[in-house]
Design a protein around this ligand. Structure first.
Ligand code: ADP
Length: 474
């Protein structure tokens, strides 16, 4: 079902949704195209003036209601996410909590859209700066975080007074539908949020990006598609926010505790089976502590259990599709052919029914060097490649030697080193002895080809606001 102008709309065509852990069909979603996309824009455009004209208190109240309902339904939402996306239930619960945080935080922040007055150059002149919602926003979201990537966009958009049209990823429309049920039941007025589902994203993207009524695109997905969409948004000069790929360095200096750092690496690298844009993709370890670091990491990773996410003890879910598992395996094979050592894993898992899904063994590769594909391409899978380094003179240059710039991690106990490296890393998010530098209140986003703009925090609200200057003669 699509959700347009406050109504659930069916299509005569639908597409099946598969559980990536078992290959089973778990439901279907309506196949939408340009007609539905345009109807959604029409509804969002019609709803805009009255939504933007509500008081901030009233919009805030609606967001609070959505947050309360979402919290009540959090267990069902998490179960559905595990079924549709494959991540273990515990991770799904964490994501639902993180997702709900955006509704709560922006319910609060909705009341703090302040303008300013500025001293004017003439004695009889006054300057006033207003912040106003940008208008209808189009959101295109990915499958890896199928609920939080919605609320991270819808929360600030609604708080600012924007209306929205959204297309979820073709792999995870059921999670999106469950979230739109939340917004419907929370009393979000008709037309304020609209959703069109499809197995082919192109007609919908084209409709929204060529429509002058759509004033902004907010996209989370691959760098490749992000560049394409930013180009399509240019002729009508839409604002764009882009959360794209990453190639995060994880640097462990010789003064760090190698066991503590390895525990951190094992947790953040294998989160969501490595299918996260902030996943460490290059683990640089200084030579004198490499041995205990690799031993601890390998021991922990070897114990990780892959399987169906609803089963107890499972911490590794499936990969999303065949090209993804092929890419992971190709990177591992390439590294091995060029001299890397597989400490654990290094193969597809097919035993105990795992052949029904797309499971890759959690893998640690040591002896990785600059010539290997895994050193320069985003992996998006459960492989931890370890590169040993000697001096820290050129570690910054190595870490920055990528077109991406999303997240980077450092482990050190030397405060000067931490400061210097954090300042020199050309990335949007830095974790210092910290593997989870994300929260609804904190700005998330990258530099270079990892994206434009920030989501979360008060700067996340700026993305949905235009600045208007009023000059006044008195
Ligand atoms: P991923 O590699 O995470 O699957 P994609 O960038 O392919 O990332 O997909 C992210 C989102 O972008 C999904 O909702 C997908 O349907 C959408 N998408 C992909 N290609 C296009 C396109 N040409 N036009 C509009 N949306 C697209």
């Amino acid at each position: 079902m699509h959700y347009i102008d406050g109504n659930w709309i069916d299509s005569d065509r639908s597409f099946d949704i598969t559980n990536p852990a078992t290959g089973e069909t778990i439901g279907s979603a309506a196949e939408g195209g340009a007609t539905e996309a345009s109807a959604a824009t029409e509804a969002a455009d019609r709803a805009f003036d009255s939504w933007a004209g509500q008081t901030a208190y009233s919009r805030s109240e609606t967001l609070y209601t959505a947050w309360r309902l979402m919290t009540e339904r959090s267990d069902d939402l998490a179960q559905l996410m595990t079924l549709e996306q494959g991540k273990p239930l515990k991770a799904a619960r964490n994501e639902v909590k993180y997702a709900a945080d955006f509704l709560l935080w922006y319910a609060e922040e909705a009341k703090r859209v302040y303008g300013e007055t500025i001293p004017a150059p003439r004695p009889d002149q006054r300057f006033l700066v207003m912040r106003q919602p940008v208008g209808v926003c189009a959101a295109i979201t990915p499958w890896n975080y199928p609920i939080s990537m919605l609320t991270r966009k819808i929360g600030p958009a609604l708080a600012a007074g924007c209306t929205m049209v959204l297309k979820p990823a073709e792999q995870t429309p059921l999670c999106a539908r469950a979230m739109f049920e939340v917004f419907h039941d929370a009393g979000v007025p008709a037309g304020v949020v609209n959703m069109v589902t499809a197995s082919d994203p192109v007609p919908i993207g084209t409709s929204w990006l060529t429509d002058p009524r759509v004033r902004k695109l907010t996209f989370t997905g691959s760098t490749e598609v992000g560049k394409l969409l930013a180009g399509q948004a240019a002729p009508t000069m839409k604002r764009v926010s882009m959360e794209l790929g990453g190639h995060a360095p994880f640097i462990v200096f010789d003064d760090a505790d190698p066991v503590h750092a390895a525990k951190g690496a094992s947790l953040v690298k294998f989160l969501n089976t490595g299918q996260a844009c902030i996943s460490p993709n290059r683990i640089y370890v200084q030579r004198s502590i490499a041995e205990p670091f690799i031993a601890t990491l390998t021991e922990r990773v070897a114990k990780m259990k892959a399987g169906v996410g609803s089963e107890a003890g499972v911490s590794i879910g499936p990969l999303v599709d065949q090209p993804s598992i092929d890419k992971v395996d190709r990177q591992v094979q390439d590294a091995v052919a060029k001299g890397a050592t597989v400490e654990t894993g290094g193969r597809r898992l097919t035993e105990d029914g795992l052949d029904r899904g797309l499971f890759y063994a959690p893998t640690v590769l040591s002896g990785v060097t600059g010539e290997m594909v895994i050193h320069c391409e985003e992996t998006f899978g459960p492989v931890a490649p370890i590169i040993i380094f000697d001096d820290d003179d050129d570690i910054l240059a190595k870490a920055n030697d990528t077109a991406y710039g999303l997240a980077a991690y450092i482990y050190t106990r030397d405060i000067s080193r931490a400061w210097r490296i954090a300042e020199g890393l050309r990335f949007g998010i830095i974790g210092i002895n910290d593997i989870n530098p994300t929260a609804a209140a904190a700005p998330f986003g990258g530099v270079k080809e990892s994206g434009l703009g920030r989501e979360g925090g008060h700067v996340g609200l700026d993305e949905y606001l235009d600045t208007k200057l009023v000059g006044w003669s008195v």
